[in-house]
Design a protein around this ligand. Structure first.
Ligand code: NAP
Length: 266
């Protein structure tokens, strides 16, 4: 009896020195669609998904970005379309085929003081940041439902959905709308085993982040309100997206996950 116990303990201790395979994320056999995959967070997400074994379709509106992305990772399928164009998006996605994992990442940030906001800027922002998310998700989720395959959708929102930022009236409003779209999608698509969640990052120094936060003095007004004392790295956001797409978050549905170093907790 005591010999058996000793052998068992030795097996446990030997196992604990090996990497735990349950912590690895694999997307082998999965087909993923990432919007806004030309630059920044979307590009890094597309590349990470491909590294984890997914067959990735990368959608954006600048062909040169797609060319360099395919050069970097030849297995990625490029789709060039402007998501502000409902008809062109519908046509482009007909060619894409079944999708298991969707990342609605594309967005624009047109910053103006509230009193200067124009109808054009309002429409452009809501078209890309909200209406296109609804449209792309409808197309993808209809396919998931018809195939009874289930799936996972991650919307890239922002801390700006829940906290007022100067000159961000329209951007904040689009991301607040996106958070509620995420929750209603989770409610209606859950019975089809389609999970829908969002990540809500603080500032990330991508092209978009640099637009509003390059000035070190202005940056300090934000980092001083973040308990971890820094902006997020692209990898911080990508890792949270991968977690929410993966079966490691199988019971997580309808959440808006801050990736903000604690900003929204204060
Ligand atoms: P980014 O560097 O500006 O990249 C955005 C990508 O989306 C680009 O490839 C862009 O293509 C594409 N895109 C924009 N409008 C499009 C359209 N109409 N049709 C197709 N593609 C379009 O931005 P990012 O910082 O990676 O932001 C990614 C997401 O994170 C966004 O949803 C953003 O709101 C969110 N976010 C960003 C931050 C931040 O500080 N960076 C913070 C919180 C949340 P073009 O370059 O060709 O326009």
């Amino acid at each position: 009896m005591s010999v058996l116990l000793l052998v068992t303990l030795q097996l446990i201790s030997a196992d604990s020195t090996r990497p735990d395979p349950t912590m690895e994320i694999s997307f082998a056999e999965k087909r993923a669609l990432v919007t806004g995959a030309g630059k920044g967070i979307g590009r890094a997400t597309a590349l990470a998904l491909a590294r984890c074994g997914a067959k990735v379709t990368a959608l954006t509106r600048t062909q040169a970005d797609l060319n360099s992305l395919v050069q970097e990772c030849a297995s990625i399928t490029p789709v060039c379309v402007d998501l502000a164009d409902w008809g062109a998006t519908e046509a482009a996605l007909q060619e894409v085929g079944p999708i298991d994992l969707l990342v609605n990442n594309a967005a624009c940030a047109n910053l103006q003081p509230f009193l200067d906001v124009t109808p054009d800027q309002f429409e452009q922002s809501f078209n890309v940041n909200v209406k296109a998310v609804l449209h792309v998700s409808q197309i993808v989720a209809r396919g998931m439902k018809a195939r009874r395959s289930g799936g996972s959708i991650v919307n890239v929102s922002s801390q700006a959905s829940q906290c007022a930022l100067r000159d961000h009236a329209v951007y904040c409003a689009t991301k607040a709308a996106l958070d509620m779209l995420t929750k209603v999608m989770a409610l209606e698509l859950g019975p089809h085993q389609i999970r829908v969640n969002s990540v809500n990052p603080t500032v990330v120094m991508t092209e978009m982040g640099r637009l509003g936060w390059s000035d070190p003095e202005k940056a300090k007004t934000m980092t001083s309100r973040i308990p971890l004392g820094r902006f997020a790295e692209v990898e911080d956001v990508v890792n949270s997206i991968l977690f929410l797409l993966s079966d490691k978050s199988n019971m997580t549905n309808g959440v808006t996950l801050p990736v903000d170093g604690g900003f929204l907790a204060c």
